[in-house]
Design a binder for this molecule. Sequence first.
Ligand SMILES: [Zn+2]
Length: 300
Amino acid sequence: MNSRNLIPSLIVAALSWSQPGLAQVDRPDIGGPEGLDIYEELTEEAIETTSNWDVNDSLTFIPGYDMYCHWNTDVLFDRLSSKPFHHDTLRIELGMHECDIAMPCDGKLTSPFGMRKGRMHYGVDLDLETGDPVLSAFPGMVRISKYNKTFGNVVVVRHYNGLETLYAHLSKRSVEPGDLIDAGDTLGLGGNTGRSYGSHLHFEVRFLDQPIDPATVVDIEHGSLKALHYDLYGSTFTSSIAARTATTTPAVGKKYHVIRSGDTLYGLSRRYGVNVRELCRINGIRESSTLSIGQRLRYR
Ligand SMILES: [Zn+2]
């Protein structure tokens, strides 16, 4: 049963994010499906517009609020909230019985989580026909229901244990942010929207914005839980980040280039095989920044 519009579709910024300097945290750049960047950041403007928001204003029942400290109905996964995982182990309860999950659709696995053609695939692809219902795997609250150029029509559901699940390429969405849903409730209809070739469901499982292989949570073939709980280790995320960064940032010491006359960010980008955005990020500069002769620029 849906309780529509339970929560206004506003962006709620974590109070801690308003602290200056947090944006400087050195963190690997994270790509989307097929390596596209799906992470966004809460802008200063977004934070300002929600500065009057009070955690006591009835929003404390948002699933997993204590872990995320925010509720954002627009940004799919937030770069700033991709916190380093400090626990040795964190046990996430998945259900009381192995059948406490609804398979999002009936189709077979057509593409697994992991590296694909040299890029990270952050979910699994499940076969379906356009128009087949897509169901929520677990109970929770719809955080996002929108069109995205990569994911097409996409729905993200926040669950009570802090996990989030994402359902992409839908032909139709039938829920709105704030809707309370049960496992097995219909979120929309499968399709082929966004960057997709052929009707399928791209299904992701995330915790604190970090991707988890859905096949380690769900037995896709049998439509049951792999276990009643899921233990997260610091290394759970490290491995997916390592796989991701291996394609862009070799894990070796820092290297620097000393700027000479005629050097440009684009030239250095080509020379060292690091994209301009990454160069800017690791050096804390903007693409429009002027380079001065003798300046040291880190390229690795
Ligand atoms: Zn996919």
